[in-house]
Ligand binder design. Structure first.
Ligand SMILES: Nc1nc2c(c(=O)[nH]1)N=C([C@H](O)[C@H](O)COP(=O)(O)OP(=O)(O)OP(=O)(O)O)CN2
Ligand SMILES: [Zn+2]
Length: 118
């Protein structure tokens, strides 16, 4: 099995609902998010790629258009704007475009990540 990955970044704010009032993430705050999309395939194409990294740049456009410098609660219309939620939402978009997608990871900080992998 071959595995490739590409990283993307965006900045956004959010407020996570359902937390105790004293939890810092219950306050309006922001992150410099990092997103990593992972693709896997048992076979390579004629060039020798799982998929050309350049094709994956479509995700950058999608992230820039929908998430970058936005308030995520407004984008999604709810307050469950966790990394886990974002990972699944981005995975679903990737799956529609690239059937080889195996997982999406979202980091809010350099010390944390959440992954969606079906
Ligand atoms: N499982 C999850 N837990 C938390 C999420 C999440 O998306 N999934 N999100 C948050 C908050 O968004 C918070 O801003 C990030 O939390 P944390 O990593 O604790 O951030 P800090 O930089 O404050 O952490 P340090 O302890 O300074 O490393 C909370 N939890
Ligand atoms: Zn946060």
């Amino acid at each position: 099995m071959y595995t490739i990955a590409k990283r993307f970044s965006f900045s956004a704010s959010h407020v996570i609902g359902g937390l105790p009032a004293e939890h810092p993430c219950a306050r309006h705050h922001g992150h410099n998010y990092e997103v990593e999309v992972v693709l896997q395939s048992a076979e390579l194409d004629a060039v020798g790629f799982v998929r050309d990294y350049r094709e994956l740049s479509a995700l950058k456009t999608y992230i820039d258009d929908h998430l970058d410098h936005r308030h995520l609660n407004d984008v999604f219309g709810h307050d469950r704007t966790t990394s886990e939620f974002l990972a699944k939402w981005l995975f679903d978009w990737c799956r529609e475009h690239w059937p080889e997608v195996a997982a999406v990871r979202v980091s809010e900080t350099p010390r944390t990540w959440a992954e969606y992998r079906p």
